[in-house]
Design a protein around this ligand. Structure first.
Ligand SMILES: Nc1nc2c(ncn2[C@@H]2O[C@H](COP(=O)(O)OP(=O)(O)OP(=O)(O)O)[C@@H](O)[C@H]2O)c(=O)[nH]1
Ligand SMILES: [Mg+2]
Length: 207
């Protein structure tokens, strides 16, 4: 049996570095949802699951710093090279053996995300473990070995940008989650309002 991965071996990374173009170009992570910025929901869900959390953001850095955790922009913040640029910023500043990424726009992700991805990663001896829900892999929910920094840097330097193209070069495992509503993400203001009003999983009453 593979040994379990201690929480302290994992650094969490909230990906909040996008353009938010489908939301009119606003900073998605700072949009209010049930009384708090979206990225704060992610922070509160992630913090108990990992040793420490960092935020990757390219705008409004002081607003994210006010959450009380380190904030790192992409190497070229004005370029918006995509989520992998955020992965690279996270791996670059990760001081634990593993990094767990989550997007800023999916406030209801499971409280056992890290534990389940870690179990999947260890039992497959994989380099990266991604969540899969409804048969679809969600590559921004990704537990990565921190030693993948050089591989990712080389991929980006060669002009790569797609997550799937990079993870396709790795030994990965997908871990199935069975509740699609836990992975509901918001890309537009109507979607944000719909999730806000849906009553899905009021955070306080979930086990
Ligand atoms: N660091 C970084 N993260 C990004 C970038 N683009 C997207 N992301 C993040 O990747 C995750 C998924 O991206 P999307 O849902 O497409 O978010 P987005 O790109 O801000 O929104 P759109 O502009 O509407 O596509 C989100 O957590 C984003 O913050 C980028 O250029 N750099
Ligand atoms: Mg995008």
């Amino acid at each position: 049996m593979p040994e379990t991965m201690p929480r302290s071996a994992i650094t969490g990374l909230i990906l909040a570095g996008g353009r938010g173009s489908r939301m009119g170009g606003v900073d998605k992570g700072l949009q209010p949802f049930r009384g708090q910025p979206l990225a704060m929901h992610a922070l509160q869900r992630l913090q108990p699951q990992v040793g420490g959390v960092m935020i990757n953001a390219n705008r409004n850095i002081p607003a994210y710093q006010a959450f009380g955790v380190p904030v790192w922009p992409d190497a070229e913040p004005q370029v918006y090279a995509g989520p992998l640029a955020g992965f690279a910023a996270g791996l670059d500043h990760c001081r634990t053996p593993y990094l767990l990424t989550v997007p800023c726009d999916c406030p209801l992700f499971p409280a056992d995300l890290a534990q389940r991805l870690a179990a999947g990663l260890r039992s497959a001896s994989a380099q990266a473990a991604m969540a899969r829900v409804g048969g679809r892999t969600q590559p921004v929910f990704c537990l990565l070995r921190a030693d993948l920094l050089e591989s990712l840097k080389a991929f980006l330097a060669a002009g790569g940008s797609k997550i799937d193209a990079w993870t396709g070069t790795l030994h990965t495992v997908s871990v199935d989650f069975d509740e699609p509503r836990d992975f509901e993400n918001v890309n537009s203001l109507p979607e944000l309002q719909a999730l806000e009003g849906s009553g899905a999983h009021p955070a306080k009453t979930r086990s």
